[in-house]
Every structure is written in structure tokens, then in C-alpha cells.
Ligand binder design. Structure first.
Ligand SMILES: [Zn+2]
Length: 263
């Protein structure tokens, strides 16, 4: 039948496009500055050198780097003054200009080809967390934002991390009950009010969480308020422990002048 055939052809075409290698769909441009590069998903030399990978020595809890080696298990002032409910947080890179471009590219420009690259760097920074994790859960978007964007960048990163680490991936295990305002510019108590009660483990998902060590994935760790709220919800849902792994992390007071654009 002609109609059925053409429907089949359109479906086939859609599938071919969906499965096409990224280089056919995206011009191979640098993920940082959009200049041409030889391979898709990579950075040019200039942007690569600007990316700041976070490495030891770092705070055993927060994963924030120290300028000197303070010894194993040494904690940052932040972790001591305000111990978080999660066990450890790690991020692959500092949230500077190039990292920001990558995050924005993944979030708004459908550069899903970036997710495996970013996930690989996350696995490196979070190796200790990944080794002990039992389930990978991405930070959910509010459904309204999901409908307008149809894409959750944290889920893309989480899926890639889970696949590479061969861990179960549970994108439905945490639900966002309400939208939150942007955290940037809010005072600390405002930030906490903004995210309090924003997340919940739905009863049908508790089976995936109960008694498990959860690796929570997000694109950027900014103030920590979102990570704290999501951790508390996962623990209420029965999680034994929660670790946070993000692609990038804001390091307060760490921006160089050329990277001082508002975030
Ligand atoms: Zn570049």
C-alpha cells in the first residue's frame, strides 16, 4: 500500500538521521569557541589549554582543589563549616568560559555529541565515587521546562556515565515537584527556600533507591543548594548514601578576568 510505504520510508529516514554519526549532523566545530576542528566533539588547542581540570589535592568531601597538598582526608573550610548531607562531590572541570560553552552547547544547542566526552572526564574525576556507586540518577528537570526544551542535559550525562561505568541508570527515580528560580544572585536562605521540597522519590521508584549508594549526576555544581535538596529527597526515599558528580563546578573567587562573565 502506497500510504503505508511512504510512512515506512519517512520512519526509515527519521531513523537514519537519528542514527547518523554526529559529524554528519554537526559541523566539526570546537565546543568552546565554534572554530573548525578536525574531529567533532573536541576542543581546539586554545580552548583545551583554557579548560581547568580539577585534580588532587582536593577536599575529600567537596572535591574543591587545594593549592598545596594538605594530606589525605583534609577538608575545606566549606565542608567543615557546613557539612553537606551527601558524602562526596566531584566535578571534572572548573566552570570557566570554555566549560560554560560546553554546558550551554549541550543544554541549548542539542550538542548531544558532547555528552560522551563530558562523561568521560566526569568518570576520571569521580573514579572513587563511580567505583562504589550502585545506581546512577540524573537531576530531573521540572516537567514544564522539560516540555519546552524536551531535553534534560543531566540525564544525557547520567546515561553516558552509567553506560561507560556499567551501572544501572534510573532517570525516573527522582522527580522534581516544582520549578525553582535560578539560584544565582539569591542569598543563602533564599536559595534553601527555593529548593526545599523541590524533589521527591516517587513510591514506585523506591525499589531502585532503597539501601543503595546513589551517584547523582548534574551538569554544574553552583551553590550546592540543589544537590543538598536532591540528596535529602533521595535519603527520604531510602538511599543509603549519595555522592554528587557534575561536569563542572563553580569555584568561588576563582574566575580569571577573561572568564568573569555572569553565569
Ligand atoms: Zn576553541
Amino acid at each position: 500500500m502506497v500510504v503505508a510505504d511512504s510512512v515506512f520510508e519517512i520512519k526509515g529516514l527519521a531513523r537514519a538521521i537519528a542514527e547518523a554519526p554526529a559529524r554528519l549532523l554537526f559541523p566539526p566545530v570546537c565546543a568552546g569557541c565554534r572554530r573548525k576542528v578536525s574531529e567533532p566533539g573536541t576542543l581546539c588547542g586554545r580552548c583545551w589549554s583554557k579548560l581547568r581540570f580539577l585534580e588532587k589535592p582536593w577536599c575529600a568531601v567537596m572535591g574543591t582543589p587545594f593549592s598545596h597538598d594538605m594530606g589525605e582526608g583534609f577538608l575545606s573550610a566549606e565542608a567543615i563549616a557546613d557539612p553537606p548531607p551527601f558524602e562526596r562531590a566531584r566535578a571534572a572541570v572548573a566552570y570557566t568560559g570554555v566549560a560554560r560553552e560546553m554546558v550551554q552547547g549541550l543544554k541549548y544547542n542539542d550538542r548531544t555529541d558532547l555528552a560522551p566526552w563530558m562523561a568521560r572526564w566526569m568518570l576520571r574525576a569521580g573514579a572513587e565515587l563511580v567505583a562504589e556507586a550502585q545506581v546512577v540518577v540524573p537531576l530531573p528537570l521540572h516537567w514544564r521546562r522539560f516540555l519546552s526544551r524536551r531535553f534534560n542535559q543531566s540525564a544525557e550525562l547520567g546515561r553516558a556515565v552509567a553506560r561507560m561505568a556499567e551501572l544501572p541508570f534510573e532517570p525516573e527515580a527522582l522527580r522534581r515537584l516544582r520549578g525553582t528560580r535560578r539560584q544565582v544572585g539569591l542569598r543563602r536562605n533564599e536559595r534553601e527556600d527555593n529548593v526545599r521540597g523541590a524533589f521527591r522519590v516517587p513510591p514506585e521508584a523506591e525499589i531502585h533507591i532503597r539501601g543503595r549508594r546513589v551517584l547523582l549526576i548534574d551538569d554544574v555544581y553552583t551553590t550546592g543548594a540543589t544537590a543538598v535538596a536532591a540528596t535529602l529527597a533521595l535519603k527520604r526515599g531510602g538511599a543509603a548514601a549519595v555522592d554528587i558528580l557534575t561536569f563542572a563546578r563553580v569555584l568561588p573567587g576563582d574566575f580569571r578576568p577573561d572568564e568573569a562573565a555572569p553565569i
